[in-house]
Ligand binder design. Sequence first.
Ligand code: TXA
Ligand code: MG
Length: 319
Amino acid sequence: MRTNSIASASAALQAGHLCAIPTETVYGLAADATNSIAIARVFAAKGRPSNHPLIVHIASGEYLGEWIREIPEWASALTNEVWPGPLTIVGLRTDLALNAVTGGQDTVAVRVPQHPVALELLQNLYDAGVPGLVAPSANRFGHVSPTNVDHVIADLGDYLLTNDDLVLDGGQCSVGVESTIVLATGEAPVILRPGAISSDDIERITGVAVGQERMESPRVSGMLDSHYAPRAKVELISESELQNYDVLAGTGLIARDFIETPAHYVRLLSANTNEDYARELYAAMRHADELELKTIVVVAPVGDDVAIAINDRLKRAAF
Ligand code: TXA
Ligand code: MG
């Protein structure tokens, strides 16, 4: 079930099996994006509602036109600059995008991940006639996303093992939070989910001001109020509140490195930078559950960079 072989992963996916794959953001649970039976099994493995759309992963931006029609010029500038990288584009779908992938919407989400193993696998599959892979984060629905193979196996190992599915080991994810999702159906980019590619990055690259999201039903399950949640209760507080915050012994603490650990806390994360904070956050939350901590106190990072994505995930983990 656990493998280092891209050839085995490719063969399994072509045969309609699932394979958890590494990406630079988080591990994904992949299936052939043109095989609706395999896609149905992705939803079953995750326990995910089947109307929640999936992201299609492709080997190169050159293939984007196979999935999305009428790509705005600003979106091409963005994908040319960022891909492979932690960016997902949502655009008007072609016939290649199945209803099982899009949740029946007229748009589809596509990205080119920046992980050498994922890219080699995707190109290998493309050459074999599989144009892309769906890959939602490889965790049980609503749980913390996995950033290494052990996390995937902890969440989905039972299901994958009993069904001859694979887990492709690509080491630790380098980014640690899910891709920035950008709606690319209009004249201006709209961020549907913040990630490591920031609003400032998008404005700098496209030269277009980022627009506001139209209020609609949650098309993005990562936008549900409660998501990315460990079993432990997450309490978000500010740095100044920490000194006078009353906690039971054995409460977890997640914060930047310049914040010291008061008495009674178990330090779970002490990040040097916001990038480190993102990379290590989900592992720290999972560690709290392994230690059976009841509560994790979190001092959120500050900044216009990946801190925005971290704050978004923390709010939902704490809900
Ligand atoms: O970094 C990532 O994006 C990771 C790695 C594995 O690539 N994948 C990921 O997938 O986070 P998932 O399924 O956990 O989240 C994908 C999000 C969902 O919240 C889904 O609702 C949204 O993408 N999405 C997919 N298609 C969409 C569409 N047509 N319109 C709006 N949102 C869409
Ligand atoms: Mg997810």
